[in-house]
Design a protein around this ligand. Structure first.
Ligand SMILES: Cc1cc2nc3c(=O)[nH]c(=O)nc-3n(C[C@H](O)[C@H](O)[C@H](O)COP(=O)(O)OP(=O)(O)OC[C@H]3O[C@@H](n4cnc5c(N)ncnc54)[C@H](O)[C@@H]3O)c2cc1C
Length: 416
């Protein structure tokens, strides 16, 4: 079958990989000249298979006043005259219960474990792919004792679902990652997950593009999709430059832009952008930087070592689609990084970046068919798109092989 994938981010490219492996004739279209030019470019670099708890958690309601009023809060809500934003926020707040959060974790873990297996297989099968991948393990640091207690509760719940994690004392944490020694007095403890990985998402995407081109996948770059149009027989066409693009099937993998692309054909996906920032420091050989990947839980900042670079990412602003940088938010991220890795921030050249997480209120992506016979979705991966890319792409590919979904596939289809 001729399959047109809209979006050359990590989700579109992973979809192209598995669909072409399955024997389909695949074309990838994107509005940019290069692949991975939007959210898949500068993300946190964590392959976070075990830490999939959604932002919509039971503690969120008590944090709302801070999110609404304090400019240095890691999550910030700026109300806008947008029904889309208010609807998303309402659905998000409705999901902030322990039951829903645990249900999301139960749904996501099988997909993230599948993604880990598939990514490891892909790395073994494609030795030409180089993307600073390391089996780094991850430490989630807690500064507040009560947050550490909640984290231990979550660890016990996740252990019952097959996760292998350990609670560490502050001393054990510094023993594992000595560059955290100066932070020791502020730590209440940490959760260690040895099976997490770290890698550069943009390099992964560029490597996949190179591989796919050699295998006959076509790339229509600098190609903006103007709209989807419903045609006869319950089908759609994707239009660019005033004409339809040839294909038998269309896969929407357009990240944060998905809701706007799909609405005119009557498909409403609850995908809304959560704006985040990252900083990348070019390390010198002597600069202190972590080997293990780190999440500073209360600050919602992640640190990942990508070869001789340190990626620092964080902030979630619920304030629309603009990619305009807010200097105060960037300064806040820089200050957080300076408090943990002062040498890197003071001495290493850095670049900054903004991206829009394509987030659903409950934190689960939407993968699978629509009510159109030839329109498919792979969208809404929020803060976990790199982590879930291979598994989601494989599920989508299975849908093409058989229209009867098994339990895992059905979990992520549009109606759920
Ligand atoms: C600060 C930050 C940190 C993050 N950290 C992590 C992390 O550590 N681990 C992790 O797993 N995930 C992380 N994420 C999330 C991850 O980056 C995203 O989930 C993932 O990149 C989404 O990929 P995507 O392919 O869906 O979207 P994108 O990468 O945005 O790709 C969508 C593509 O569609 C194209 N497109 C859209 N509309 C059109 C159109 N009309 N015509 C043509 N082309 C179009 C765009 O140009 C774009 O290239 C982070 C995100 C942010 C912002």
């Amino acid at each position: 079958m001729r399959i047109l994938i809209l979006g050359a981010g990590v989700i579109g490219l992973a979809s192209a990989y598995y669909l072409s492996q399955a024997g389909h004739e695949v074309t990838v279209a994107d509005r940019h000249r290069d692949v991975a030019n939007e959210t898949s470019a500068g993300n946190g670099g964590q392959l976070s298979y075990t830490y999939v708890a959604p932002l919509a958690g039971p503690g969120v309601v008590s944090k709302l006043p801070r999110w609404l009023t304090q400019s240095d809060s890691p999550v910030r809500f700026r109300p806008q005259l947008s029904i889309e934003q208010w609807r998303w926020c309402f659905q998000f707040l409705s999901a902030c219960t322990r039951e829903q959060s645990e249900l999301t974790i139960r749904k996501l873990l099988p997909l993230s474990f599948l993604s880990r297996t598939l990514l490891h297989e892909l790395i073994a099968a494609e030795p030409s792919l180089k993307f600073d991948f390391i089996r780094s393990g991850k430490l989630v640091l807690h500064r507040d004792p009560s947050a550490m207690q909640s984290a231990i509760g979550l660890l016990e719940f996740q252990r019952s679902l097959g996760c292998d994690q350990q609670a560490l004392s502050p001393d054990a944490c510094v023993e594992l990652e000595p560059t955290l020694a100066d932070l020791r007095p502020y730590l209440a403890g940490a959760i260690h997950t040895a099976s997490e990985d770290t890698a550069d998402c943009q390099r992964f995407c560029k490597g996949l593009e190179a591989l796919l081109r050699t295998r006959g996948v076509q790339f229509l770059m600098d190609t903006s999709i103007e709209c989807l149009k419903s045609i006869s027989n319950g089908r759609v066409e994707a239009w660019s430059n005033g004409a339809p693009l040839a294909s038998d099937h269309v896969v929407v993998a357009s990240g944060a832009a998905a809701a706007h692309l799909l609405r005119p054909v009557g498909i409403h996906v609850p995908v809304y952008p959560l704006k985040g920032y990252s900083l990348t420091f070019d390390l010198q050989p002597q600069t202190a930087a972590p080997r293990i990947s780190i999440t500073d839980f209360s600050r919602k900042v992640v640190y990942a070592r990508l070869g001789m670079r340190l990626r620092v990412a964080g902030i979630a602003d619920i304030d629309g689609y603009s990619l305009e940088s807010d200097p105060a938010r960037l300064a806040m991220l820089r200050a957080e990084a300076a408090a943990v890795y002062p040498d890197a921030v003071a001495t290493c050249p850095s670049s900054d970046w903004i991206g829009l997480r394509p987030a659903t209120p409950r934190g689960t992506p939407i993968v699978g068919p629509t009510h159109y016979r030839n329109l498919w979705l792979n969208v809404g991966h929020g803060a976990l798109g790199f982590t879930l890319a291979t598994g989601s792409a494989a599920l989508l590919t299975q849908w093409f092989a058989s229209s009867n979904g098994d339990e895992l596939r059905s979990t992520f289809a549009l109606s759920h």
